[in-house]
Design a protein around this ligand. Structure first.
Ligand code: FPP
Length: 222
């Protein structure tokens, strides 16, 4: 969800105001993607590297997450959204950890769009977490295969992403779903996250619909 900071700076506002505006946009983005039939949506909200930001910004983002959970989980639950956290809870306050776990618990049986919040998430950290988990079961007679490895990741119940959208013109992976994105289609838009609206979503989906996905073969696959 890039561009919150620049969105704010261009308006002479503090960066946190940009994060607030970005947060306000999330509800509309979820309903837009759900309306287009998307079943899984992952929002990359806070990477393990984002702890390097100034303390005030980090604290602001952590409290925004808590606020959003308190304010939105009831609505999301009524709309059938299933919430899932990707990342580690280590380093978050006990109160925030409890809020995240209870939001997941409350929505666990919902059958609408699955909303994954990648928060305190890092792709390399996730891979190491899975390797260490598998090492704990190292006396298994079977070699580790791709399916087994995938099942050990935070995304165990989530299919690999078909499309990764990056806002604010960035063209990096930034440690996002490194294993899962092996054959994802990539799309970058110059639109800042707080302005990422229905029109921008349609443009992204339209671009995706024109891609030919061959997964390394010669024939297109769905
Ligand atoms: C990237 O823009 C954005 C973030 C690091 C934070 C995104 C977080 C939210 C939208 C709100 C909190 C999350 C949830 C799930 C409620 P940037 O700060 O790098 O902006 P810039 O690239 O313009 O500097």
């Amino acid at each position: 969800m890039d561009g919150n900071g620049r969105w704010a700076q261009e308006r002479g506002l503090p960066r946190l105001q940009g994060h607030r505006a970005g947060t306000e946009n999330i509800r509309k983005v979820i309903s837009s993607f759900a309306g287009h039939g998307v079943r899984y949506l992952t929002l990359y909200a806070f990477s393990v590297e984002n702890w390097r930001r100034p303390r005030a910004e980090v604290q602001g983002l952590l409290s925004l997450l808590g606020e959003v959970i308190d304010r939105e989980v009831g609505n999301l639950h009524r709309e059938g959204v299933k919430l899932n956290h990707l990342g580690t809870l280590d380093g978050l306050s006990t109160r925030l950890q409890k809020r995240v776990l209870s939001a997941m618990d409350r929505t666990r049986n919902n059958t609408g769009i699955s909303l994954n919040l990648a928060f305190n998430y890092g792709g390399r950290q996730e891979i190491l977490m899975a390797v260490n988990k598998l090492l704990e079961q190292a006396n298994s007679p079977h070699p580790v295969d791709e399916a087994m490895f995938s099942r050990t990741l935070y995304t165990a119940d989530v299919p690999d992403p078909d499309l990764i959208i990056r806002t604010a013109g960035e063209l990096r992976m930034s440690n996002f779903l490194l294993w899962q994105s092996a054959y994802s289609e990539y799309y970058s838009t110059s639109t800042y996250w707080p302005d990422f609206n229905e029109e921008a979503i349609e443009a992204a989906l339209q671009a995706y619909s024109l891609r030919q996905r061959r997964f390394g073969g010669l024939k297109q696959r769905q």
